[in-house]
Write a protein that binds this ligand. Structure first.
Ligand code: F6P
Length: 368
């Protein structure tokens, strides 16, 4: 029987449990034995009880749970070859040669590196006497399939990462709450949202809540952004609006690569010589990442989890490491490293202040 392991890695995101459930149950459905690696790469390095065989009932109720029930961790040991060597040994001792990993671009890059190194790891396990050649023989290739779990929606080549729509829904809900109190006092709120180097959450939340002004890293404002923002907000106030909402991505920059902070925006809105608005800052923080997944993420995670198991079963030694994407509403397999490379290019373009390039590399909804 083929043994397929699933793990979650990096920052948790809503929908990761749905991935685990789908992989476990699809693996059983296809006649395989499913395993969970607990605590991400840390569990691979630790072995023992961190790698557990799963049964159908073990994932009951997973669809409606937030976070990741099998845990996740940032594992320093896996960054070093000795850590990966131990991880390889633990997989072989458990009879596992297929790994489905749900995480962000960093976690998936680590996975591809592990796969590329696999033959030399086996050699070293044998040459150092940790395993016998005949033990490694059935495991010549490590098969890895990635699923993108991240609230940031920052991976190129897929329209949605698992968790992004849940975080967006949470942000909208929180902005609605804030609007009630903002309106009551005729106040302004500067709301910082997550996303690391990606402005998707801020942009979509701005659209979905009708915010007065937004800041995202991919499209910094012109140098006159202060005057522009104040003019727009004054206009909205003149039209009778009693609340002002400015959404700022945590990675927001100006055209020269300097960070735009919520404090800077607040000071401007509150400036007695200018708009003189009673202004508060709200940093939404990890409420954006916690809580249960919205229906879209449960559906996406389930369909992609099923596809990941199919990809594992159809893979040959020549198959390039793939990840499961969604494009134009279709669940598709795509080469992992090309997507990771493109994602890194966006960050580089932002760093080099080549914003046109950054925008063109982001998915379609950013391009206007
Ligand atoms: O990548 C997901 C994310 O929530 C980012 O939006 C944010 O910058 C980061 O993780 C926060 O990481 P941590 O939970 O380690 O503080």
């Amino acid at each position: 029987k083929k043994k397929i392991a699933v793990m979650t890695s990096g920052g948790d995101s809503p929908g990761m449990n749905a991935v685990v459930r789908a992989v476990v149950r699809m693996a059983i459905h296809m006649g395989c034995d499913p395993y969970c690696v607990y605590e991400g790469y840390e569990g691979l390095v630790q072995g023992g009880d961190f790698i557990r065989k799963m049964a159908w009932n073990d994932v009951r109720g997973y669809l409606s749970e937030g976070g990741t029930l099998i845990g996740t961790a940032r594992c320093m040991a896996f960054y070093e070859r000795p850590g990966r060597l131990t991880a390889a040994k633990h997989l072989i001792l458990n009879g596992i040669d297929a790994l489905i990993i749900c995480g962000g671009d960093g976690s998936l890059t680590g996975a591809d590196k592990f796969r590329a190194e696999w033959p030399s790891l086996l050699e070293e396990l044998v040459s150092t006497g940790q395993l016998q050649a005949k033990q490694t023989e059935p495991y010549r290739h490590l098969n890895i399939v990635g699923l993108v779990g991240s609230i940031d929606n920052d991976l190129s080549g897929t329209d949605a990462t698992i968790g992004a729509y849940s975080a967006l829904a949470r942000i909208c809900e929180m902005v609605d709450y804030i609007e009630a109190t903002a309106s009551s006092h005729s106040r302004a709120f500067v709301i910082e949202v997550m996303g690391r180097h990606c402005g998707w959450l801020a942009l979509m939340a701005g659209v979905a809540t009708g915010a007065d002004f937004i800041f995202i890293p991919e499209k910094p404002r012109e140098d006159n952004w202060k005057e522009e923002m104040c003019q727009i907000i004054q206009k909205h106030r003149d039209w009778g609006k009693r609340k002002t909402i400015v959404i700022i991505a945590e990675g927001a920059l100006d055209r020269h690569g300097s960070k735009i902070t919520p404090e800077m925006v607040k000071d401007l809105l509150a400036d007695k010589q200018g708009l003189a608005l009673d202004t508060r800052i709200t940093t939404l923080g990890h409420v954006q990442r916690g809580g249960t997944a919205v229906a879209y993420d449960r559906m996406l995670a389930t369909l992609q989890g099923v596809e990941a198991v199919k990809a594992v079963l159809e893979a040959t030694p020549e198959t390039e490491t793939c990840f499961i994407a969604i494009t134009e509403n279709k669940i598709v397999r795509k080469p992992l490293m090309a997507a990771v490379r493109e994602t890194k290019q966006v960050a580089k373009a932002i760093e080099a202040q080549d914003f046109d390039q950054a925008m063109s590399l982001r998915d379609t909804e950013f391009s206007d």
